[in-house]
Design a protein around this ligand. Structure first.
Ligand code: NAD
Ligand code: UDX
Length: 477
């Protein structure tokens, strides 16, 4: 009988995932541990470290009952029957595989703690996204660092939640993937994990595979999703060149039952901590296996994404008479998608940096991202974005060219142009007449998320651009 679970890593995955297990399994004690004191104290406070719709209610319901947040990693690992490892696995920034391979430093340090403090048999669950065959490495660390009396079963249970909808994804997952080995002990461990999920997930949504298929499926899943976005974004450039409308093309594709309707929204580019990192990791694994053609195929997905971001910047600059120098550009939205405060790999960083390079003055508004975070992101070396701990120590920009506002009308006042970089719902209901009246003319809008009604904006008097749509005569190719 599983009495206690420990989740190592209290981030975007560890916090919500462990909270939902606590909610659905009231008889199990769940401890979420992290080496970051500030993160843990935030989880124990009224201001949680991450914003996710519905998360606060679950935390309030379970925290202090069967859900605990702590920095005492050793104690909770020692007491647990099952340990979920939810630590970050960013792209390596130096050494072998730098810029592509996954950095398993955090995973390895978690495994060493497990080996050091365990005095009873443990099931160790990989929740983090890891390179295929990581379980083999982890097993070696555990076995070679314990006295031989303790038995470890390593399972792969990759997480498929999306930020912004994490709680509904966790409460009602389309699938739960469990990978384990064929041995009797391996199958028993899988059964124990299955029993936990069976508290709320229907049996037919729980898929079991071997370890390597589970690990690789997670990378493949993200690569396929990102590939669809790059495909529609590549199409958006062709639409602009030919007078076709990418929304109409998406609509036609979405009615093809062989394709389905999701991940067909053209945008300024995909962001988030997962897609680019996991594709680059896949590229590295392919190259390590001598599969260079396969590696090159996946590399293109990231290249098209970079192209889409720089194409957007170019569109802004060329449309505004080939210079944005000294012009105020209002940036609406900074998070990588709506309903999250996460800015890791947000396309807004690249777009803002591109505009700053042309000496624009940016006035940024995001309903959930703090000024401190925006300034840190704009000053940070790209390679540090997902190394959350080191990132804290990075100084942040005080660039005079950047202002951050808590009000959309303040941000857009006296601006020459507006760039919409996140699809926050509130941007659809702004009073654009009022905004237009307060702007320098001609007033430009560049909708990087295709959320605005550009026909209405044009009626008001804006020169409006949206991704992959027939161009306003003023907007240059
Ligand atoms: P994150 O950076 O938000 O959280 C990771 C946490 O682990 C940090 O708080 C860090 O302090 C902690 N940590 C690192 N080493 C530790 C150690 N040795 N002991 C204790 N704590 C330690 O990362 P995340 O976004 O939650 O992602 C975690 C993993 O899940 C990654 O592998 C990621 O690829 C994967 N994943 C993320 C998402 C997502 O939407 N963010 C979705 C699915 C999978
Ligand atoms: C992704 C995967 O969806 C999830 O299964 C995995 O567990 C983690 O990585 P996430 O990055 O949180 O989730 O968000 P997602 O909704 O997939 O969006 C990723 C990026 O793609 C965002 O920047 C989003 O705006 C963009 N996007 C998404 C598009 O540009 N067009 C689309 O049609 C869909």
């Amino acid at each position: 009988m599983v009495k206690k679970i420990c989740g190592i890593g209290a981030g975007y995955v560890g916090g919500p995932t462990m909270a939902v297990i606590a909610l659905k399994c009231p008889s199990i004690e769940v401890a979420v541990v992290d080496i970051s004191h500030s993160r843990i104290s935030a989880w124990n406070s009224d201001k949680l470290p991450i914003y996710e719709p519905g998360l606060e209610q679950v935390i309030q319901q379970c925290r202090g009952k069967n859900l605990h947040f702590s920095t005492d990693v050793e104690k909770h690992v020692y007491e647990a029957d099952i340990i979920f490892v939810n630590v970050n696995t960013p792209t390596k920034t130096s050494g072998l595989g730098a810029g592509k391979a996954a950095d398993l430093t955090y995973w390895e340090s978690a495994a060493r703690v497990i080996a050091d403090v365990s005095r009873s048999n443990k099931i160790v669950v990989e929740k983090s996204t890891v390179p295929v065959r990581t379980a083999e490495v982890i097993e070696k660390i555990l076995v070679h660092n314990s006295n031989g009396k303790i038995k470890y079963q390593i399972l792969s249970n990759p997480e498929f939640l999306s930020e912004g909808t994490a709680m509904q994804d966790l409460l009602n997952p389309d699938r739960v993937l469990l990978g384990g080995n064929d041995s009797l002990e391996g199958q028993e461990a899988i059964q124990k994990l299955k029993d936990i999920y069976a508290h709320w997930v229907p049996q037919d949504r729980i898929i079991t595979t071997n370890l390597w298929s589970a690990e690789l499926s997670k990378l493949a899943d993200n690569a396929f999703l990102a590939q669809r976005i790059s495909s529609i974004n590549a199409m958006s450039a062709l639409c602009e060149a030919t007078g076709a409308d990418v929304s109409q093309v998406s609509c036609v594709l979405s009615k093809n039952t062989k394709l389905g309707s999701k991940y067909l929204n053209a945008s300024v580019g995909f962001g988030g901590s997962c897609f680019q990192k996991d594709i680059l990791n896949l590229v590295y694994i392919c190259e390590s296996n001598g599969l260079f053609e396969v590696a090159n195929y996946w590399k293109e997905v990231v290249k098209v994404n970079d192209y889409q971001k720089s194409r957007f910047v170019k569109k802004v600059v060329t449309s505004m008479f080939n210079t944005v120098s000294g012009k105020k550009i209002a940036v609406l939205g900074f998070s990588f998608k709506k309903d999250t405060s996460d800015t890791r790999k947000t396309p807004a960083i690249d777009v803002c940096k591109g505009l700053l390079a042309d000496n624009a003055c940016l006035s940024i508004y995001d309903p959930r991202v703090s000024e401190e975070q925006i300034r840190r992101d704009l000053s940070m070396n790209e390679s540090h974005w997902d190394h959350s701990i080191q990132a804290k120590s990075t100084s942040f920009t005080s660039a005079k060219q950047v202002s951050v506002f808590a009000d959309v009308y303040e941000a857009t006042k006296d601006a020459h142009g507006i760039c919409v970089l996140t699809e926050w719902d509130e941007f659809k209901t702004i009073d654009y007449h009022k905004v237009f009246d307060s702007m320098v003319k001609p007033a430009f809008v560049f909708d990087g998320r295709n959320v605005l009604d550009v026909d209405k904006l044009r009626e008001i008097g804006f020169i409006a651009y949206s991704i992959g749509k027939p161009l306003n005569q003023w907007v240059n190719c």
